[in-house]
Ligand binder design. Structure first.
Ligand SMILES: NC(=O)c1ccc[n+]([C@@H]2O[C@H](COP(=O)([O-])OP(=O)(O)OC[C@H]3O[C@@H](n4cnc5c(N)ncnc54)[C@H](OP(=O)(O)O)[C@@H]3O)[C@@H](O)[C@H]2O)c1
Ligand SMILES: *[C@@H]1O[C@H](CO)[C@@H](O)[C@H](O)[C@H]1NC(C)=O
Length: 318
């Protein structure tokens, strides 16, 4: 009995130590107030995106929730307005799995909003399926839709400079690889039947695209006062688990409850990249835990980054 008690006490102690050293994450310390500034956050009806939008709204920004579901987005608009006391929070429909929807979103945005200070490319999927134009879903949504969105908004970002583009990647970029021949042939980053393992792989490939996109974007933005960053948000308890089978989902839920950041904690590195003063010389870099981090060689390959940009231009027709 006393042994069991000791074991329980020891386990709790170990958990507390692990939690407070590894899982609590860092905080964005910027005190920036954002009256008169405008932000777009994609995929902001839930998870990290919603927490990011809420923080920006609390700081006084005008925040556009760029989401695919009117119902879920309008519920988020209500929550964020209530919690922030800021009424300058609105929904504009954007489905990143349709390039036409991206174009429609940009048309509406440019017609109605005079400025853009922060573009937060946050939405992400890991679920298989195909986009409207037939691309693999992860490549199409996580990379290609955000590519087109960013390119079409660049003029407005330049006019509003200093401004920033922040793209939410993942540490899994390091498991990624871009096979351009395969992309050409299949419009996807993996071939054959999809399964859980393959979904995970193509997700990693798409997150490498986020890193390389940010790198090439920084090169192209030199001298404009528009800077761009990508990041790993940490392990965050969100709806990402919805793409897993029941058993994995339960396992993930248990780990997540014990060890993962909550969405507010998960938004901190995004906020750091958007708001921290003086980051401009680090444009194009990758952040983790509210600090710049080194990427492995594949995340620094300028030739692949340039090729990805050119291929993406061709695939989106910009
Ligand atoms: N959670 C983590 O541990 C973790 C770790 C590393 C990186 N990330 C990255 O963090 C970002 C945010 O993810 P999360 O964890 O907050 O996941 P989440 O709770 O699943 O939220 C994802 C958001 O993306 C939106 N979205 C999906 N497909 C879309 C589309 N076609 N058009 C527009 N919006 C779309 C979703 O909208 P619906 O609600 O309508 O589906 C939702 O708002 C993603 O880029 C993810 O890859 C997360
Ligand atoms: C960028 O910002 C600096 C400092 O504010 C300014 O002097 C410069 O003219 C700006 N450059 C452009 C291209 O807007």
């Amino acid at each position: 009995m006393s042994f069991l008690l000791a074991l329980t006490a020891a386990s709790v102690a170990v958990y507390i130590i692990i939690y407070y050293t590894l899982c609590r994450g860092s905080r964005c310390t910027s005190q920036a107030r954002l009256q008169g500034k405008t932000a777009i956050v994609t995929g902001s009806n839930t998870g990290i995106g919603k927490a990011t939008a809420l923080d920006l709204a609390k700081r006084g920004a005008r925040v556009i929730l760029a989401c695919r579901s009117r119902e879920r987005a309008e519920a988020a608009v209500r929550d964020i307005r209530r919690e922030s006391g800021n009424n300058q929070v609105l929904f504009m429909p954007l489905d990143l799995s349709s390039l036409q929807s991206v174009r429609d979103f940009v048309e509406t945005f440019l017609k109605t909003e005079p400025r853009l200070d922060f573009l937060i490319n946050n939405a992400g999927v890991m679920g298989g399926g195909r986009t409207k134009e037939g691309f693999g879903m992860e490549f199409g949504v996580n990379h290609l839709g955000h590519f087109l969105l960013t390119v079409l908004l660049l003029e407005r970002l330049k006019q509003s400079a200093p401004s920033r583009v922040v793209t939410v990647s993942s540490v899994l970029y390091d498991k990624g690889h871009i096979d351009f021949k395969l992309l050409e042939a299949t419009k996807d980053l993996a071939e054959g039947e999809r399964n859980a393992k393959k979904d995970f792989q193509v997700y990693a490939h798409s997150k490498l695209c986020n890193v390389l996109f940010t790198r090439e974007l920084a090169n192209r933005l030199e001298g404009t006062n528009v800077s761009c960053f990508c990041l790993h948000p940490g392990l965050v308890q969100t709806e990402m688990g919805r793409y897993l089978g029941l058993f994995r989902r339960l396992l993930l839920l248990l780990c997540a409850k014990l060890f993962f950041l909550d969405p507010e904690g998960g938004a901190q590195t995004t906020l750091h990249c958007a708001l921290q003063e003086g980051l401009e010389p680090l444009s194009g870099r990758y952040f983790s835990g509210c600090a710049v981090a080194q990427v492995s060689a594949k995340g620094r390959d300028d030739a692949v980054a340039k090729k990805l940009w050119e291929v993406s231009e061709r695939l989106t027709g910009v």
